[in-house]
Design a protein around this ligand. Structure first.
Ligand code: AMP
Length: 285
């Protein structure tokens, strides 16, 4: 595996592969890798492309009171993991390499970035779309992989690529969970044993809500209320949001008649966890 923290060198290495006719696949991450990231990498490998993984904790997407400073980092462990996973090139730029001067240019996907996580984290998605477009311009991949754990991010990136005619394909990868249902996240390391146990209520309430929809419940507000009650009854988690929205464009839903996204964000102590489920419905006859 090759690795570099330098944009010029990265461009040279990728250009050589492109000259040989290789397709390039990119898996952008913030590191502290887990099985979720490794599944994205497996998907990238399966395309037969030259696989580039980026690791960059992007300050631009963290608010002033968020966890940028304490976000977990372990580059050497990550480098071992990606090498074992058969990655071709690891790109791990410094903040100075990515942002040598204060940024005055941003990419913004309006509307989609105002709801769900965007409502509680102003500027977050602008930071994400800006750094992802920089990575797309630096690496120039043919395919890029994003996890549906961050479903809103996945939709926003797809929309950015479509609106700006960026010459690549975006592929989504389903959420990877622990055996007990907890969605894998780099932030799970911050949970105490007790909080981790309580956090299981997130995936469980999503599964139960899906069951209610499958059994005929069509009211989005009832589903949200059901999840809210379940979480407050069985945990100390503080709800940021629980929302049922259209799975294609995140628009408001009153009656569930098309595929919906049930998305939630809940704080356990100082750790904010997100989870979601897409539920398809049979049209009523
Ligand atoms: P992060 O390092 O948290 O920014 O995540 C990098 C990529 O991995 C993003 O596309 C995430 O959506 C994806 N990802 C993180 N956790 C999971 C998971 N549990 N299942 C699937 N994809 C994930």
């Amino acid at each position: 595996m090759q690795r570099t923290a330098n944009i010029t060198e990265l461009r040279k290495l990728v250009a050589e592969k492109k000259r040989l006719g290789k397709a390039i696949a990119l898996v952008p991450t913030m590191g502290y890798l887990h099985r979720g990231h490794l599944t994205l990498i497996e998907n990238a490998k399966q395309t037969g492309a030259y696989v580039v993984v980026s690791i960059f904790v992007n300050p631009l997407q963290f608010g002033p009171n968020e966890d940028y400073a304490r976000y977990p980092r372990d580059l050497e462990r990550d480098a071992r993991l990606v090498e074992e996973a058969g990655v071709d090139l690891l790109f791990h730029p410094s903040v100075e390499e990515m942002y040598p001067q204060p940024m005055v240019t941003f990419v913004e996907v309006s509307q989609l970035d105002k709801v769900l996580c965007g409502a509680n984290r102003p500027g977050h998605f602008r930071g994400v779309t800006t750094v992802v477009s920089k990575l797309f311009h630096i690496v120039q991949p043919d395919i890029a992989f994003f996890g549906q754990k961050d479903y809103q991010q996945y939709l926003i990136i797809r929309r950015m690529v479509s609106d700006l005619n960026l010459p690549l394909e975006v592929r989504g990868v389903p959420i990877v969970r622990e055996e007990d249902g907890l969605a894998l996240s780099s932030r799970n390391v911050f949970l105490s044993a007790e909080q981790r146990q309580e956090a299981l209520i997130l995936s469980r309430s999503l599964r139960e809500a899906e069951g209610l929809i499958k059994n005929g419940e069509r009211s989005a507000r009832e589903i949200e209320e059901f999840i809210r009650k379940t979480i407050s009854r069985e945990s100390q988690g503080l709800v940021d949001y629980i929302e049922v929205r259209d799975a294609d464009d995140l628009s408001d839903v009153v009656n569930i008649e098309r595929p919906v996204l049930i998305a939630l964000a809940v704080r356990f102590g100082s750790t904010r966890l997100i989870d979601n489920k897409v539920v398809e419905v049979e049209p009523d006859v």
